[in-house]
Design a protein around this ligand. Sequence first.
Ligand SMILES: C[S@@+](CC[C@H](N)C(=O)[O-])C[C@H]1O[C@@H](n2cnc3c(N)ncnc32)[C@H](O)[C@@H]1O
Length: 381
Amino acid sequence: MKIDVYMPREDSHLLQKEVLNFAKGSVLDMGTGSGIQAETAASLKNVKKVLAVDKSQAAIDFCRDKFKARKIRLLKSDLFSKVSKQKFDTIIFNPPYLPEDKVKHPALDGGKKGYEVLERFLDSVNEFLAPNGVVLIVFSSLTNKDKVDEIIRNNMLESELLNSAHFFFEELFVYKIVKSDFLKEFEKKKIDDIHFFAAGKRGIVFTGFFRKKKIAIKTKHPKTKAQHSIENEVKMLKKLNKHKIGPTFVAKGRNYLIYEFVPGEYIKDWLPKTKKSEIAGVFAAVLKQCFVLDKLKINKEEMHHPLKHIIIDKNIIMIDFERAHKTKSPKNVTQFLQFIRTNAGLLNRRGFNISKEKILEISQNYKKNHKIDFVLKELGL
Ligand SMILES: C[S@@+](CC[C@H](N)C(=O)[O-])C[C@H]1O[C@@H](n2cnc3c(N)ncnc32)[C@H](O)[C@@H]1O
């Protein structure tokens, strides 16, 4: 017997029970090891074929000698790297899930934090999963359950805890994972390569490709209490796009919004390393957009702190309009002036000759006369 091969233990048996309950159709057993899950799946009538994958040659050799079922095929591969493009109805993975300092068997070394291999698996599994397919995994309380849950959510997947059990120093969890309704809907719309991009307080943004164009999909954050933020942003973008403000709106659905992805850098990363002439051009462009918003009587909110709300590329695009609202006294220009004031020190180091007092004076003046040309001239932009 090859000692490098992981012989079935508590985790294997806990997962095996659910393989018996859920495996169907075309099955992939990732990290097959001794082949226990692959053979269990193959024993089921409603399983047509099984692909057993492992990156370890020892496991492949061990299974080749052992597998009797003609339904099972073996493949040596690091996760999905050698698996040809196809959809499976069931994907099983008992991954290496322990942080490297707690590992007693090499087949359980999940990386520094324990969830790295599982994360790589979950980041790709969707491409190989049929629309109504299921993924069955087992992992431990030492893997960082919150992080695993987050990775699942970030891939637009949903999990259900099927079973858990205590063994000495750890608790084991068996999850059934399926595609979320969002994901199924987007796949039907032929949006592919969907990946988590960023999470804010109210929304989670994913990127994807639609007709070869990169898009951003903003979905409602499951934890937000904010009502109608998506609907509001849709309404605002449709209106503001006519004035060349905001990312280009593409489509909307229940609890999501799609717009063209905006490449470039957040103003917070761009500003500290940029020279005077470029800063002047960008600030002038932002102030002009703020002025249009003021004239439309729309307050974007948070323009005094737009660190991740302005993206600089060939174009200067403001993003995140979920809190934008109609008001009699919008404050976009004055708030952005406040942002410039906060950065007065940095601007002076870049060669601007402008004091905080002067910016305050310009702001007070704007409140009275609403003249953007005056603001730009006084700032030397
Ligand atoms: C904990 S064992 C599970 C074995 C078996 N499936 C079971 O349930 O007992 C993890 C298995 O995953 C394999 N493995 C680890 N990293 C892998 C990777 N990146 N790609 C494919 N297999 C991997 C290991 O070689 C090992 O056989």
